[in-house]
Design a protein around this ligand. Structure first.
Ligand code: ZN
Length: 131
């Protein structure tokens, strides 16, 4: 993933929105980032500081909401966090992001059917705080 291009894309969305609403300064940008979006948070924050320099978003805070990876079983129709049990067993309270250190299970533990991913791939602007 190219975090620089992603940061530029977010900035374009934010500035467009600001201009349409006749705003002057972007105070906050809320972002939904899926566990499997492939975006590295630190690299994105660094790129964000670079691309916003000298723009109306220069002081904007990037608020990143990480969306856990979840799947739905076609057989029992239940939604499950993929890999959550494995992470807990490994003693990891926080979800592991980025290149996974622990394996994900895409199989329903009850039915043995494949899980269809329903969330965790998001990469979208959730909200904007503009003055
Ligand atoms: Zn199932």
């Amino acid at each position: 993933m190219h975090e620089g291009a992603i940061a530029e894309g977010i900035l374009t969305v934010a500035l467009d929105h600001m201009n349409r609403n006749k705003g002057k300064v972007i105070g906050e940008v809320g972002l939904k980032l899926g566990e499997l979006s492939g975006v590295e948070e630190y690299a994105l924050r660094t790129a964000w500081q670079v691309v916003t320099r000298g723009t109306a978003a220069e002081k904007a805070v990037l608020v990143i909401d990480r969306v856990p990876l979840a799947g739905r079983c076609r057989s029992c129709d239940r939604e499950r966090l993929i890999g959550k049990e494995i992470r807990e067993a490994a003693g990891l309270m926080e979800p592991v992001y980025g290149p996974s250190l622990v394996p994900y299970s895409f199989i329903c533990p009850v039915c043995g059917e494949p899980l269809e991913v329903v969330s965790g791939r998001e990469m979208q602007v959730d909200y904007l705080d503009i003055d």
